[in-house]
Design a protein around this ligand. Structure first.
Ligand code: NAD
Ligand code: UFG
Length: 350
């Protein structure tokens, strides 16, 4: 039993739930704060059940990260060894329409969190950054040293929070912060009990494909088939959400090393997959035909993005285990059991 307690912000969300489950199973006591803006408390109940006896080590607070009093109370009642910070808004298109909403939520949330952590002497943080900070990379694979840019307000919040973390570590060297740049998380827990449940029309490829497969949408629109790639469609580095969760446990362990400061790691598989390759893998896994409509390129999309995974392998001793077949298998298992996400069935609260 690891006698450590971790606060997970945004722990009711897609990546958060999978990470919380991994933390519980690894023996961490885990406290979640989430305002449920893009998630459901049913997800937390399901994580508790999946964790079996370890589920007793999970507690949940429905609160907004920007509510300093609520956050203070949580830090007064529990001494945390570290914080994993997922909470944030993540829809690229919405961030272009409502930039102030994104700057307020993501930046104020992060700053309030860092201030309250400092006030309570908790100075170990893992932050969810994103491959979006590489923009349209000049070459691939993307190494952590590549130049950074932002094509939209969402991406800019990631860049700014990364910079804030670097500044905090320079000013106060007792801080230890790991910035994890996620590539494209897909899939679900193999139980089919937790998974991604986006509100409204999905922005991302696989949640959209999943909704076509269960009959909620008629066809997938493919954004561009004239890229300089294997079949003309965009190439990304898809990573199983369970591997991502595992990467967070590796990052927490790394925070216990002495000379950390502020470090950044890519979490990807190092492999690029096109939109059409991903659709074919999903059709294979599900036995469902995904009708396609070919459209023009989506503004702001890069041609090919995939990760250099050497630094994470070397320093976190972490490597993704799963490929796209397992990602699609588990995504379909979740989708077919929960065609309307967490709204599909009633969960008892006991
Ligand atoms: P998600 O929307 O499923 O989870 C985020 C959670 O944060 C939600 O449960 C939401 O209710 C909560 N939240 C948002 N603002 C909050 C606030 N002010 N106070 C309290 N709770 C708040 O998203 P996800 O896919 O699990 O992503 C988690 C993190 O990883 C985000 O920061 C996201 O930007 C980042 N990320 C995601 C992806 C991706 O493709 N899913 C890729 C790269 C990085
Ligand atoms: N795509 C389609 N049709 C769709 C949705 C996507 O053809 O309906 C294509 C895109 O053009 C792209 C690929 O599928 O070529 C992947 O698109 P996603 O929207 O799933 O993923 P992105 O790489 O564009 O961006 C996502 C998140 C970002 C995050 C990034 C890296 O939206 O916030 O992954 O983690 F930064």
């Amino acid at each position: 039993m690891i006698n450590k307690t971790v606060l997970v912000t945004g722990g009711a969300g897609y990546i958060g739930t999978h990470t919380v489950l991994h933390l519980l199973l690894a023996g961490f006591k885990t406290v979640v704060i989430d305002n449920l803006h893009n998630s459901s408390q049913i997800a937390i109940l399901r994580v508790k059940k999946l964790a079996g006896d370890f589920g007793n080590n999970l507690s949940f607070h429905k609160a907004d990260l920007r509510d300093r009093d609520a956050l203070e109370q949580i830090f007064v009642s529990t001494k945390f060894d570290a914080v994993i910070h997922f909470a944030g808004l993540k829809a690229v298109g919405e961030s272009v329409q409502k930039p102030l909403l994104y700057y307020n939520n993501n930046l104020s949330g992060a700053i309030t969190l860092l201030e309250v952590m400092a006030a309570h002497g908790c100075k170990k943080l893992v932050f969810s950054s994103s491959a979006t900070v590489y923009g349209w990379p000049k070459e691939v694979p993307c190494t952590e040293e590549f130049p950074l840019s932002a094509a939209n307000p969402y991406g800019r919040t990631k860049l700014i929070i990364e910079e804030i973390c670097r500044d905090v570590c320079s000013a106060e060297p007792d801080w230890k912060i790991i910035l994890l740049r996620f590539f494209n998380p897909v899939g679900a827990h193999p139980s089919g009990y937790i998974g991604e449940d986006p509100q409204g029309i999905p922005n991302n490829l696989m949640p959209f494909v999943q909704q076509v497969a269960v009959g909620r949408r008629p066809a997938l629109t493919v954004f561009g088939n004239d890229y300089n790639t294997i079949d003309g469609t965009g190439v990304r580095d898809y990573i199983h959400v369970v591997d991502l969760a595992d990467g967070h446990v590796a990052a927490l362990l790394k925070l216990d090393e002495s000379n950390i400061g502020c470090e950044v790691y890519n979490l990807g598989t190092g492999k690029g997959t096109s939109v059409l390759e991903m659709v074919r893998a999903f059709e294979q896994a599900s036995g469902k035909k995904i009708p396609l409509v070919i459209a023009g390129r989506r503004p702001g999309d890069a041609e090919i993005v995939y990760a250099s995974i050497e630094k994470a392998g070397r320093e976190l001793k972490w490597k993704a285990k799963y490929g796209i077949d397992e990602m699609c298998r588990d995504q379909w298992n979740w989708a077919s059991k929960n065609p309307h996400g967490y709204g599909s069935q009633e969960d008892s609260t006991d």
